[in-house]
Write a protein that binds this ligand. Sequence first.
Ligand SMILES: [Zn+2]
Length: 128
Amino acid sequence: MPTVRRSLTDAQRREFRDALNARRQEMLARQGRVDASLSDAREARSGGQADDEHDPEGPTMAATWSQLTGLHDDLEVELTEIDHALSRIEAGTYGVCVNCGKPIGVARLRARPYAELCIDCAKAVESH
Ligand SMILES: [Zn+2]
């Protein structure tokens, strides 16, 4: 494996590791709240009439349900990205674009600490 050119100072790596860990805690807390709402919704569903078709709350419940599961999945994706970023910090490859190998740039990392792509590669992906 080729040696990756360090694009960040140790202090910057610590800064991003702390930011990622804080973000991770926040996401986990948020996911906990979403999961609590989901189990409430599940209980309300099973506690109500079994006949969904004639339940006036049915469509509302279904909308809430899909909104909550959507939120849960979004948080899951972000948590995965954060975990990947943290393991890249451990591996010393953090801050380097996974596509072209160039430094991602501190400003971009501050805005999006789990960015895997440099701004040029991200634009290229988005324009497809
Ligand atoms: Zn790149």
